[in-house]
Ligand binder design. Structure first.
Ligand SMILES: [Fe+2]
Ligand SMILES: [Fe+2]
Length: 199
């Protein structure tokens, strides 16, 4: 299904897709917005393959990076106001825009479906328990057709043949990358690794 053929039912978003596109694009650079559109395209492809709900997939894909360009002080305030774990403060927006970004998607865009919000929450870290929607968004974000990194072709191929294997592959690659960078690892990323990658 081409993205533009999608008509929302109002069950999951108070806004039409067009209105949502406007609200999302107002929050980010043109470059990031094209990434968001490519994530939606990839996610809808996976949705068809693995029989998800295209409307929920589209909404989650369009809003997954809604908070990516919010200033840090605003995100820290969201973490405090929403009583999210204090431990989160030590991480940066790479983690916040998912975990705390979901709060903004709910409060500012009126999207209240917990499955959609959970998919946004765990789109960078994965999770031990992931719904079909969460897996689709996690994987689509990693393999959308604008991505260009050494193992992306392999990741894309796996995504189109086995979604769970794609979750495992992406998690392992992400962890390898973080370790190589000597970056701080969010505990939930390790939990995802322990659940999906460890044999
Ligand atoms: Fe993101
Ligand atoms: Fe993204």
């Amino acid at each position: 299904m081409a993205n533009t053929e999608l008509i929302y039912s109002e069950e999951f978003s108070p806004h039409t897709r067009d209105v949502l596109l406007g609200k999302v694009s107002s929050q980010m650079s043109a470059k990031r917005f094209t990434h968001v559109l490519r994530v939606e395209e990839m996610a809808l492809e996976l949705c068809e393959l693995y029989q998800g709900n295209p409307e929920k997939v589209s909404i989650a894909a369009l809003t997954h990076d809604y908070a990516k360009e919010r200033p840090d002080d605003e995100m820290i305030q969201v973490i405090k106001d929403s009583h999210l774990s204090d431990e989160l403060i030590s991480y940066g927006n790479a983690i916040w825009h998912g975990v705390a970004g979901a709060e903004l998607v709910r409060d500012e865009l009126g999207i209240t479906d917990e499955d959609i919000l959970d998919a946004i929450r765990c789109h960078t870290t994965g999770a031990k328990e992931m719904s079909l929607l969460a897996k689709i968004i996690y994987v689509a974000d990693y393999v959308e057709r604008g991505r260009d990194f050494p193992v992306v072709a392999e990741a894309r191929k796996i995504a189109l043949s086995n979604l769970d294997e794609a979750v495992a592959f992406e998690t392992k690659q992400t962890l390898l990358y973080l370790v190589k960078q000597e970056a701080l690892i969010y505990p939930k990323t390790l939990e995802t690794y322990n659940h999906w990658v460890v044999k």
